[in-house]
Write a protein that binds this ligand. Structure first.
Ligand code: 9MJ
Length: 672
């Protein structure tokens, strides 16, 4: 065989193999036997061995990368990977339905119904039909680059097939492990003296987090596509069910259970049908997902906080098991909140061995009438902390009452109940070792500064040995101090020092979240960044400006104000910045052309959500109102603008389309 013959032969074989993959994985209808498939595959390997120059990165023989990675790189999602809001019963479903109906003024809403895979959400970017980057969901905005691992999943095409594929296409879907594959995997793990996984979800997560793709390639991972993220090029699809069918035509596996459903009744029927079928499915699901089918209506509904308003996950009731509650102890949280925790006789719930469950607070213990020694039902839903559902009163014998301690078991300070609140709080503040440790752990956590390797055991030792007293001291640590800690090798110590080095470059939102201001979560931190852009402006903000930000109420505004009023907090922030913590700041000049102007936004925007555009306008000094009046300076309009557009015409209000609006804000330094 000469080079030209080999090139043609390899190309032909790749096309044949790709077609058989599609028949097998997507259509579930193989046309050849496994042995025949292996024969074709081996023929291709043979050609590529003889002519290594002919190997292409997307050849089916190249699924497993050559080298293990040293770490996962970060990937910023061009379109956020949001989570779904949940419903747990028919009332919650009906409320969701009414909410959507109220916003759309449509009689019979049409939804797509899908099974909800219990796996891990991933985003796969195809450029010019070739798989380029795959990433985890991460915090929804930034994920980890797991391209090498995703390439090993034979169900996922390395090259898309078919027509009209956009130049850039981000496929969203779930990686999971089928039940039978899971039990086979665990049998193999046991035989090889390797870790046995608690459930298919954990096994899938562990497999995707491998730095060595050779290990991932031996794990039986499956994939199901359920949507599209970012894209460039034309995509003439007006319904979600069309999106699913199109993805299938391009070679991606989709759920065989999806249906188009009209009205609430049909959705509830679908839920029942899938519940009855659940045990027959080959994979675990934890509910069903309903999505408004019209893409236009999805755009009108937009997003709230971290989830789309146009979709909901109707979850199945999580499994419950019975065990005995043998004691109740209290834990001190980051802000001093005392949480009673039930110690249990170990019990297996949905694959995990449970020894503790949260009891939330004293009111909850009284409401559920829980006593020490009771037999109780324990529930565990997904990654949520296990909880006590109810007591079995008939089995009650020799029980005793739980009493909230008056003194903190860690620091000996008084425990007091906050006015009008359920929570009891240790008054020790950061002089309480437990609060200090939790504050440091929160600062180091993945969604905050992401200091890999700095776990609870290490932080306890660091504080007990007085090597650190607060978060800023972390940046003074040296390798030789870390090495002296229990069970700390040279390599782990190096890794922590490296992680501390790496975390210094962060974002303003992550830094604010990491500070641990009471009730300031990730979303609020992001709203603060979007509104103020600089730490200085947040610190100096008057309380009424804080309260004007969506999602921030009077209590959170007061928490923010009083956090920045404390000298000690300002000192720690100064020290952190002097240790090199930094973020990109958006430079907005104090005077922008938007200052003092009044805007109304209408219609569905394509590139941004209404919430985003509203935040940006406010941050540039503008005001946003909901109706057009003679005081409106500009109407920003998207597709299908409706009556506000007509009113703006009547009143001679200036109108700006989305493209011009984007141009204007970019001129002011907004990155969008
Ligand atoms: C799962 N887990 O099966 C979505 N999902 O859509 C389905 N998740 C989703 N859809 C938007 N079927 C965000 C998440």
């Amino acid at each position: 065989m000469n080079l030209e013959q080999a090139r043609r032969g390899a190309e032909k074989l790749r096309k044949i193999i790709s077609d058989h993959n599609y028949q097998y994985h997507v259509l579930d209808d193989p046309e050849i036997t496994d042995a025949e498939y292996d024969k074709l595959f081996n023929k291709l390997i043979q050609i590529e061995e003889e002519f290594p120059n002919l190997i292409t990165p997307n050849s089916p023989t190249q699924r497993v990368g050559a080298k293990p990675l040293s770490e996962f790189k970060e990937v910023k999602h061009a379109v956020s990977m949001l989570s779904l809001a949940n419903a747990f019963d028919e009332d919650e479903m009906a409320r969701f339905y009414d909410r959507v109906k109220g916003k759309l003024e449509d009689k019979d809403l049409v939804f797509s119904g899908e099974t909800k895979f219990d796996g891990l959400a991933v985003s796969i970017l195809y450029k010019k039909s070739h798989l380029e980057i795959a990433s985890t969901r991460g915090d929804g905005y930034i994920g980890e680059d797991i391209t090498q691992n995703i390439r090993t999943i034979s169900q996922i095409p390395l090259t898309l097939v078919g027509k009209n594929i956009p130049e850039k296409l981000e496929v969203r879907g779930e990686v999971f492990i089928k039940r039978k594959d899971f039990s086979d995997l665990n049998r193999r793990q046991k035989k090889d003296n390797q870790k046995v996984f608690a459930n298919p979800r954990n096994a899938a997560a562990g497999s995707l987090r491998q730095l060595d793709p050779k290990i991932t390639s031996k794990r039986p991972l499956s994939f199901c596509a359920y949507g599209i993220g970012d894209y460039k090029g034309s995509l003439k699809l007006s319904e979600h069910t069309q999106v699913l069918n199109q993805l299938q035509h391009w070679g991606l596996p989709i759920s065989s259970e999806f249906q188009t459903l009209k009205g609430l009744e049909m959705c509830l029927e679908y839920y029942k049908e899938i519940s009855n079928k659940r045990s027959e499915l080959t994979y675990d699901i934890d509910g069903v997902v309903f999505k408004i089918n019209s893409i236009n209506q999805q755009k009108i509904l937009g997003y709230v906080s971290r989830s789309p308003r146009w979709a909901i996950a109707y979850k199945f009731s999580p499994p419950e098991e019975i065990t005995q509650l043998i004691d109740i102890e209290v834990q001190v949280g980051r802000t001093g909140t005392i949480t009673p925790v039930a110690r249990l006789i170990p019990v297996n719930v949905a694959g995990a061995n449970i020894t503790n469950a949260t009891l939330h607070n004293l009111d909850e213990i009284n409401r559920k009438d829980i006593k020490i020694g009771d037999w109780v039902y324990i529930r565990r839903a997904g990654d949520v902390i296990p909880e006590v559902v109810r007591v079995i009163k008939e089995k009650r014998e020799n029980v005793r009452e739980f009493k909230m301690p008056l003194i903190c078991p860690v620091c000996g300070s008084d425990i007091k109940r906050q006015k009008g609140k359920a929570a009891f709080v240790c008054m020790g503040g950061l002089s309480c070792a437990a609060q200090k440790i939790q504050a440091i752990l929160h600062f180091a956590s993945r969604k905050a500064m992401n200091i890999d390797g700095l776990g609870e055991k290490i932080v306890i030792q660091l504080t007990e040995n007085k090597l650190i007293n607060n978060i800023s001291d972390l940046f003074l640590l040296e390798q030789k101090q870390l090495i002296k800690l229990d069970r700390m090798g040279e390599r782990s110590a190096d890794n922590i020092i490296q992680a501390l080095e790496k975390c210094r470059s962060t974002t303003l939102a992550k830094f604010i979240y990491a500070l641990g201001i009471p009730e300031v979560g990730e979303t609020t931190a992001r709203s603060l960044e979007n509104h103020f852009h600089t730490l200085e402006r947040i610190q100096k903000s008057p309380i009424d400006e804080l309260e004007s930000i969506p999602d921030i109420g009077p209590i959170v505004a007061r928490n923010i104000e009083s956090f920045f009023a404390q000298e000690n907090n300002l000192k720690i922030i100064k020290k952190l910045i002097s240790h090199g913590i930094n973020w990109d700041s958006i430079q907005i000049s104090a005077k922008t052309p938007f200052n003092g102007l009044s805007f109304v936004i209408t219609g569905s925007l394509e590139k941004m959500t209404r919430e985003n555009s509203r935040d940006i306008l406010i941050s540039l000094g503008g005001k946003v109102t909901s109706s057009v009046s003679k005081n409106t300076d500009y109407l920003i309009y998207g597709n299908n603008p409706g009556s506000k557009y007509e009113k703006a015409n009547e009143l001679n209000v200036n109108k700006i389309d989305e493209r011009s609006f984007l141009k204007m804000i970019r001129k002011e330094g907004v990155k969008y």
